[in-house]
Design a binder for this molecule. Structure first.
Ligand SMILES: Cc1ncc(COP(=O)(O)O)c(C=O)c1O
Length: 427
């Protein structure tokens, strides 16, 4: 596959953008080689500037759930943009989207729209600290909640892939109130609580981890956290930026019936434009300015274009049968990959929920970042490149989740599995 134009484009980009990219994992740092420069995308496919076509399992890291450039989303966007791009004043669309979110996530009694998942998590933690009048927060190893200083401690995603769990520039003062425990280890969490009595404002976690590969909570883990928080006066924050409207329309909280006090959303709810949200119990959210004293603001928060693409995307994925079909397609991909690897006795573990999946070259089970680190990353790297050569675009890291869209057809899945068969012969 010719990638000369991408190679040259990367050289030009590096001269003006750090590492040539505007978000680290895009640079192919952990798999080697040059990143592809994308020209356009449609449905399940992306096309690079060399004219190569790929079945896309990154989906812009989650938002492209309805398929790229869905005609109805483009149509809605085209109409709304004629009326102006942004006003910095309230619009009715914001209320419609907030209401839609509250209907899908009843725990989010009040919703504030922001522009990125980072912002949503940062603001939700601020209000959690203000509400509880406590300073400490507890997060889990391998969970990523954006790049706010206090959260760049043992974080997943790019921070993990690049081996930079604690970024230079983050002061020890910024992280001194951030406690960390291993995911899926309730005893460790209890020990942290015992060592910090009445001091922990909030537990923040990905209810399925997507930033250390794909790791599900063990039975009882989320329930245990809920109980612990309720008895300790600590708030429970589900960061559903990735899992929201992705593992189910109502996220992991709908699947488990566990009600967090606060939730963050992003990715899918913006339908491909910058939009995220945080929300939760009304008594907590009423502390936010201008209703209360906790400050949080944004020039482009709830801008009409992102609200429109978000609303239209939610409408599309809420249609009868749409989500079940997505989940079935994703499960088909995962069981097919497992069969391919099993036929060659390759240690492999894979799983999915809704339209999100992940795999490790590891015999399994993988329930934590510590276990995920035992995966064969050299094999992943070869597999990744062998798939890319055949026109299958996977996340360029062994520690990222994958995403299927409603546009992925049976033919796309079959073709992917044929490519996997060939790729493992080669790698
Ligand atoms: C679970 C989770 N939280 C927060 C974020 C940060 O979102 P953003 O990249 O929009 O700032 C991400 C991004 O991947 C995420 O996966």
């Amino acid at each position: 596959m010719n990638s000369e134009k991408s190679r040259l484009a990367m050289r030009a980009a590096r001269a003006v953008i750090p590492g040539g990219v505007n978000s680290p994992v895009r640079a192919f740092g952990s798999v080697g080689g040059d990143a592809l420069f994308i020209d356009r995308a449609k449905g399940a496919y992306i096309y690079d500037i060399d004219g190569n076509k790929y079945v896309d399992y990154v989906g812009s890291w989650g938002p492209a759930i309805a398929g790229h450039a869905h005609p109805e989303v483009l149509e809605a966007l085209g109409q709304v943009m004629q009326r102006g791009l942004t006003f910095g004043a309230p619009t009715e669309g914001e209320t419609r989207l907030a209401t839609e979110i509250r209907d899908l996530y009843p725990s989010m009694e009040r919703v504030r729209l922001v522009s990125s998942g980072t912002e949503a998590c940062m603001a939700a933690l601020r209000v959690a600290r203000a509400f509880t009048k406590r300073d400490k927060i507890l997060k889990f190893t391998g969970c990523y909640h954006g790049h706010a200083d206090m959260l760049l401690v043992k974080a997943g995603s790019g921070a993990l892939t690049l081996g930079l769990p604690d970024s230079p520039g983050v002061t020890s003062a910024a992280t001194q109130n951030t406690l960390v425990a291993p995911y899926n280890d309730l005893d460790a969490v209890k020990a942290v609580f015992a060592a910090n009595p009445n001091e922990i404002a909030v537990i923040i976690l990905e209810p399925i981890v997507g930033n250390a590969g794909f790791i599900k909570p063990l039975p009882g883990f989320l329930e245990g956290l809920r109980e612990l928080c309720s008895s300790a006066g600590t708030l429970l924050l589900f960061d559903e930026v990735m899992t929201g409207c992705r593992v189910a329309l109502g996220g992991m909280q709908a699947l488990t019936g566990i009600k967090p006090d606060l939730t963050t959303l992003g990715k899918v709810i913006g339908g491909g434009l910058p939009l995220a949200a945080y929300g939760g119990r009304q008594d907590i959210m009423s502390m936010i300015a201008p209703e209360g004293p906790v400050y949080q603001a944004g020039t482009l928060s709830g801008n009409p274009l992102a609200v429109t693409t978000g609303l239209k995307t939610l409408e599309i994925i809420s249609r009868p049968g749409a989500f079940a079909a997505l989940a079935a397609q994703t499960a088909k991909l995962v069981s097919g990959l497992k069969a391919v690897m099993a036929s060659r006795d390759i240690p492999f573990t894979a799983d999915s929920e809704g339209g999100m999946f992940g795999f490790f070259f590891h015999p399994g089970p993988v329930a934590s970042l510590e276990q995920a680190k035992g995966a064969d990353t050299a094999r992943f790297k070869k597999f990744f490149h062998a798939m890319l050569q055949r026109g299958i675009y996977l996340a360029p890291s062994a520690f990222e989740a994958g995403f299927v869209s409603m546009a992925h057809s049976d033919t796309d899945i079959s073709r992917t599995l044929e490519c996997a068969e060939e790729a493992v012969k080669e790698s």
